[in-house]
Design a protein around this ligand. Structure first.
Ligand SMILES: [Zn+2]
Length: 143
């Protein structure tokens, strides 16, 4: 993992080995901040698009890269990067999983109903079959 210099923001060295003077570093920090903001915005929009179900850019991210001109001056740019496709695609949980916690709560079966069901089951021999079936049907908790 390559680190960025916290002083001048250039990739590949750290503040201890940085040889830039303060005005140059300040200029680079401002430039980096501006580009970083663009990258963050692009990534945020991408996340929103993916959340809306547009998975076309799911393996992409926008990153800040360093570009060196002929004088060795570093300029920061944004770059769309395509990641190795990961299969299965980073997936949103299926709808059923997403709503599970809620439906679990609403499906809690009252203890009394469970008890009645148990009593009916235990005494099914003594109850006319038609009635037993009707009662059991009536006790089925609708999901
Ligand atoms: Zn530096």
């Amino acid at each position: 993992m390559t680190t960025r210099c916290s002083y001048c923001r250039e990739m590949g060295h750290n503040v201890r080995t940085c040889d830039r003077d303060s005005s140059e570093a300040a200029e680079m920090r401002i430039s980096y901040e501006r580009v970083q903001k663009l990258a963050t915005r692009a990534n945020t929009q991408r996340v929103h698009a993916i959340e809306r179900g547009d998975l076309s850019e799911v393996n992409m991210s926008t990153e800040v890269i360093d570009s060196r001109d002929r004088d060795g001056k570093v300029t920061f740019m944004i770059q769309e990067r395509v990641h190795e496709p990961s299969y299965p695609l980073p997936r949103l949980p299926p709808l059923s999983e997403q709503v599970q916690p809620v439906s679990n709560v609403t499906n809690v079966v009252p203890k009394s109903l469970v008890k009645i069901q148990g009593i009916l089951f235990e005494n099914s021999q003594d109850i006319p079959e038609g009635l037993y079936k009707q009662l059991m049907d009536a006790l089925v908790i609708k999901g």
